[in-house]
Design a binder for this molecule. Structure first.
Ligand code: IMP
Ligand code: MG
Length: 179
């Protein structure tokens, strides 16, 4: 499909699935070298990272790898400072463990910066961050990405786990808004 209409907005095909697959595979290969012997816990940030997590993990060969899932709930307007977030589902012991966070998209970095603070307070031995997409010109928080697949401009995109109003996560290709 070259075009999609989601919640009244038009999107066009932007990055084909094969290109995304290739970049994710190359991240996995790098991790397979870097994280040998570390028994990493891959921590997938739902909902957006479900596809990235699956695609990446199929290419991970590191012995004793674990996968776990968390969700960030954000509430707007509860504080004058803006968004407030809460981490749901972090029910594993991460103390002294090597954590690899898997995120679909790093935009301003606000939610990741918040998540990193919470995770650090639980004393993992190290935290690596892997993102599928990131918008370098939108980054406002000081968040270091250890593994990153594809850089984007500040346009709104959809597919490959990313949604618009809850729709469109299922498409294997990435679509961009037609404006
Ligand atoms: P941040 O806190 O500003 O970095 O926002 C990151 C989150 O916003 C990502 O995990 C996505 O869920 C969502 N997001 C950012 N940009 C897009 C986009 O272009 N399409 C869909 N979701 C996006
Ligand atoms: Mg997300």
């Amino acid at each position: 499909m070259d075009k999609l209409k989601v919640s009244g907005k038009e999107f066009r095909l932007f990055i084909p699935a094969e290109k995304i697959d290739k970049e994710i595979k190359s991240i996995a290969e790098q991790m397979n070298k870097d994280l040998v012997g570390k028994k990493p816990i891959f921590l997938s940030v739902l909902n957006g990272a479900f596809m990235f997590t699956s695609d990446l993990l199929k290419n991970i060969t590191i012995e004793d790898s674990e996968v776990s899932f968390i969700k960030l709930a954000s509430y707007e307007g509860m504080h004058s400072s803006g968004k407030v977030s809460e981490v749901i589902g972090l029910n594993i012991d991460i103390e002294n463990r090597c954590l690899v966070i898997l995120e679909d998209m790093l935009d301003s970095g606000r939610s990741m910066s918040y998540l990193l603070d919470i995770l650090k307070s639980k004393n993992p031995s190290e935290i690596k961050l892997a993102v599928m997409f990131y918008k370098p010109n939108a980054l406002k928080f000081n968040v270091h990405m250890d593994y990153k697949a594809i850089a984007l401009e500040n346009d709104f995109v959809l597919g490959r786990g990313l949604d618009y109003n809850g729709i469109g996560r299922n498409y294997p290709d990435l679509y961009i808004i037609n404006e």
